[in-house]
Structures are given as structure tokens and as C-alpha cells.
Design a protein around this ligand. Structure first.
Ligand code: SAH
Ligand code: SF4
Length: 405
């Protein structure tokens, strides 16, 4: 373990840092930077364009460009996202000649499945490959008791951040995923479970929820993530409600307001430490957006009602962040905020430097939180045997050379 023991103790809270610059400029800077890692164009080698990932307006524009009426876009939207159909010839509401013209110009894509593994606990992991051969992992975590579960989707190949306990963090950011690649992970997972068409009557499916908690930091790829989630939430398509979607961030404060205002999906925040001294080390992004600023952004998040509590993720690292004093400090930080704390026992990966907290330490930590009125479930590790648990995802990739900005 390379974290100095002194850091493991709860240091006196640091004087509040100067408020981070949460100006539109700061958000614009993040968006500009993320554009440098843009995905390749959504065109197949044969020149056809992938319709998956286009917004409704973009799909309409494509129809108009073909001399078709706007309602065609609506029909296609239904076939693509409600029925999950990939073959234009199997869309009986569209006349044969138009089916043929569509098939000449367009495709309805999916990421290619490189490998698929099933854990003994029912968790399934896919390694998906995109047209430029880059790959990400996607995981389905079934609920043990009920016929439902969450698909954990990735948003970047690698990650720019390097949280000390995270396997993905050891992989440099190669590029952002495009909207098609993000929504495509969920669509391909649905293909595997034959869960098309989308339920109209709200009947739950096995793949009932989405957690944006796979590889990468979603708020460093905000525009593609927002576009993908808007498609997923569209009522005439996949129709997953925002209540069934949770986005996890390591704390990109300037983008949290926008995420709340535009998407208002469930928010999970990877807190993991209660002092800036420790968080600076294990979640280095904290040096930019310290705890006080992060908590302020959480308090601004819309609808932080009891039904829509913010989830705080707290990884349990033996002897590093798992003392009773830290649990009490966490209660103090959360005061007045409708919150729930997910205690995540650290999942080891090859070369990781930490150990999982002792069960007794986790239990005591949880007790202090629940005595203060915070739900504090201890997350059961899922899919560890196939390296599919939180923080274990990683793919082999080389960083492609980028032109200078
Ligand atoms: N980048 C985002 C979302 C992906 S990580 C974020 O950091 O929030 C999803 C969750 O897994 C985060 O809470 C992350 O801190 C946690 N995690 C990372 N490595 C882990 C590990 N080795 N064991 C358990 N949880 C881990
Ligand atoms: Fe990136 Fe999240 Fe892993 Fe940190 S925990 S390195 S932000 S994927």
C-alpha cells in the first residue's frame, strides 16, 4: 500500500477551499476538451450511415434529405427503438421500394460482441467492439430476488482520471464513446436477452434499469451521454424512465448542474473519503473540485426529494477510509441532504494496492450511518469471478495519436 498511514486517519477538516469556478466558461472548457476525444464518424466501411444514435431531429433531417415526409422518422424510430428491428425489410409499415432505398443508405448498427462471460452469480459481461476496433465492457447485474436488473454501461474507452483503487483508471483515455455506442450497449444487451419490443404498459423487463457506472467518467463525455440517455428515455422508443437511470460521477462539479437541469436522472457520487487530504490522493479530481464544492453541487441537484435521494458511493478500503470517526464525519457532511450511502467493498484487480475492509469494520460503518437515518446498503460484490464487479473493468487498448488541438 503506498498511501501514507497518516492519510488514513481523519484529519481535521481543511478550511473550506475557495469556491470552484462553476462558471459557464469552466463547463465550456470541459466540453471543448472532451471534443478532442470525439468518436469516429458513424459511417460503415461501405458508406452507409448508422441510424442508431441520431436524435429525432437528425433522423427527420435524413428523411427530408431523401425527399421523404417527417412522419417516416417517427416510423423508423418506432422500429429501431421500440421493436429493436435491424432489418428494413422487416418493417411492414414501410413500402418495399422505400425499404430498399433506406437499406442502400443506412444501417441499424450494434456494437460487435468480442466476448461474453457469465458469472456463477448470473452477472453477465460483454466485451463490445466498435468499428475502429476499440472496445469497452458492459455488465448486466440481475436482481437476485426479482425479475429485473441493471445494465452497467461504459461511456469512454479508458478514463482521464486515475482513482487509485480503480482498474479502469490505469487505462489512459483513448476516446469518448459516441451516442450510438452508448445506447448500442443497452440495445445489444437487450438482443441477448430477447427483450424487444420495449414494454408499452410498463411491464418490467429483466433489463429494467441502466446504471452509467462502467468505464469512464460520464460527465467528461457529457454531450454524447446526454444524447444517448435522451434516446433511451424517449417514450416512443426504449422508454426507460429517468427514475430507472442512475449516472455516477467522480465529481465533475461544473457539469453536475447541467446534468440535473437537462437529464435529471438519478445521481450517484463517488465520494469515497471525507477529508480533502485523503480524497486528493484516492480520487485525484478532488484537487480541482474539493469536497465542499462537490457537496454544494449535490445540494443544488434538482428533486433531491426523499424518493430521489442522491446515492453516495463509498468504497471500503481496509485501514484507509473505514474508521468509525470517518463514518461520523460522513454523517456530518450529509446533514440535511436526502441521501443514501452505498458501501462498496473494494474489489481487487491484478496489481491493485488496497485490501477490502474487514466485514466488522464495514458493519460498524454502516451502523453509524443507519443510526443517523441514512440507508447504507453494503453492496454485494457481483461477478468478481469474471472481473465484472465495480472498478474491475478494463480493456486492452493503445492510445491513438491525436492531432494537436
Ligand atoms: N467514473 C464514474 C463511474 C464509473 S466507476 C465514477 O467514478 O463515479 C463506478 C463506481 O465504481 C465508482 O463509485 C467507483 O469509484 C467504483 N469503483 C472503482 N474501482 C473500484 C474497485 N476496485 N472496487 C469497488 N468499487 C470501485
Ligand atoms: Fe475513472 Fe470512475 Fe475509475 Fe475514477 S473510478 S478512474 S473516474 S472510471
Amino acid at each position: 500500500m503506498t498511501v501514507a498511514p497518516a492519510l488514513a486517519a481523519v484529519a481535521a477538516p481543511r478550511a473550506p477551499a475557495a469556491p470552484t469556478d462553476v462558471t459557464p466558461d469552466e463547463a465550456a472548457r470541459i466540453l471543448m476538451k472532451s471534443a478532442l476525444f470525439a468518436p469516429p464518424p458513424a459511417t460503415l466501411p461501405d458508406g452507409r450511415r448508422d441510424l442508431v444514435g441520431l436524435s429525432r431531429a437528425e433522423l427527420e433531417a435524413e428523411m427530408l434529405a431523401m425527399g421523404e415526409k417527417p412522419f417516416r422518422a417517427r416510423q423508423l424510430w418506432h422500429w429501431i427503438y421500440h421493436q429493436g428491428e435491424r432489418d428494413f425489410a422487416k418493417m411492414p409499415t414501410i413500402a418495399r421500394p422505400l425499404q430498399q432505398r433506406l437499406a442502400e443508405r443506412f444501417a441499424i448498427g450494434r456494437p460487435e460482441t468480442s466476448t461474453e462471460q457469465l458469472s456463477k452469480d448470473g452477472t453477465r459481461k460483454w466485451l463490445f467492439r466498435f468499428r475502429d476496433a476499440q472496445q469497452v465492457e458492459t455488465v448486466y447485474i440481475p436482481d437476485r430476488e426479482e425479475d429485473r436488473g441493471a445494465v452497467c454501461i461504459s461511456t469512454q474507452v479508458g478514463c482521464t482520471l486515475s482513482c487509485r483503487f480503480c482498474h479502469t483508471g490505469t487505462q489512459k483515455l483513448v476516446r469518448n464513446l459516441g451516442a450510438a455506442e452508448i445506447v448500442g450497449q443497452f440495445m445489444a444487451a437487450r438482443d441477448t436477452y430477447s427483450e424487444w419490443p420495449s414494454p408499452k404498459d410498463g411491464t418490467p423487463r429483466h433489463l429494467s434499469n441502466i446504471v452509467v457506472m462502467g468505464m469512464g467518467e460520464p460527465l467528461y463525455n457529457y454531450e454524447n451521454v446526454a444524447k444517448a440517455l435522451t434516446i433511451v428515455m424517449d417514450n416512443e422508443g426504449i422508454g426507460l424512465s429517468r427514475r430507472r437511470i442512475t449516472l455516477s460521477t467522480s465529481g465533475v462539479v461544473p457539469m453536475m448542474d447541467r446534468c440535473g437541469a437537462e437529464l435529471n436522472v438519478g445521481l450517484a457520487v463517488s465520494l469515497h473519503a471525507v477529508t480533502d487530504e485523503l480524497r486528493d490522493v484516492i480520487v485525484p479530481l478532488n484537487r480541482k473540485y474539493p469536497i465542499a464544492d462537490l457537496m454544494a453541487a449535490c445540494r443544488r441537484y434538482p428533486n433531491a426529494s426523499n424518493a430521489r435521494r442522491i446515492t453516495f458511493e463509498y468504497i471500503m478500503l481496509d485501514g484507509v477510509n473505514d474508521s468509525e470517526a470517518e463514518a461520523r464525519e460522513l454523517v456530518r457532511l450529509l446533514k440535511g441532504l436526502p441521501a443514501k450511502v452505498n458501501l462498496i467493498p473494494f474489489n481487487p484487480w491484478p496489481g491493485s494496492e488496497y485490501r477490502t475492509s474487514k466485514p466488522e469494520a464495514i458493519r460498524r460503518f454502516a451502523e453509524i450511518l443507519s443510526a443517523a437515518g441514512y440507508a447504507s446498503p453494503i453492496r454485494r460484490p457481483r461477478g468478481r469471478d469474471i472481473l465484472a464487479a465495480c472498478g474491475q473493468l478494463k480493456t486492452e487498448s493503445e492510445r491513438v495519436r491525436r492531432p494537436a488541438a
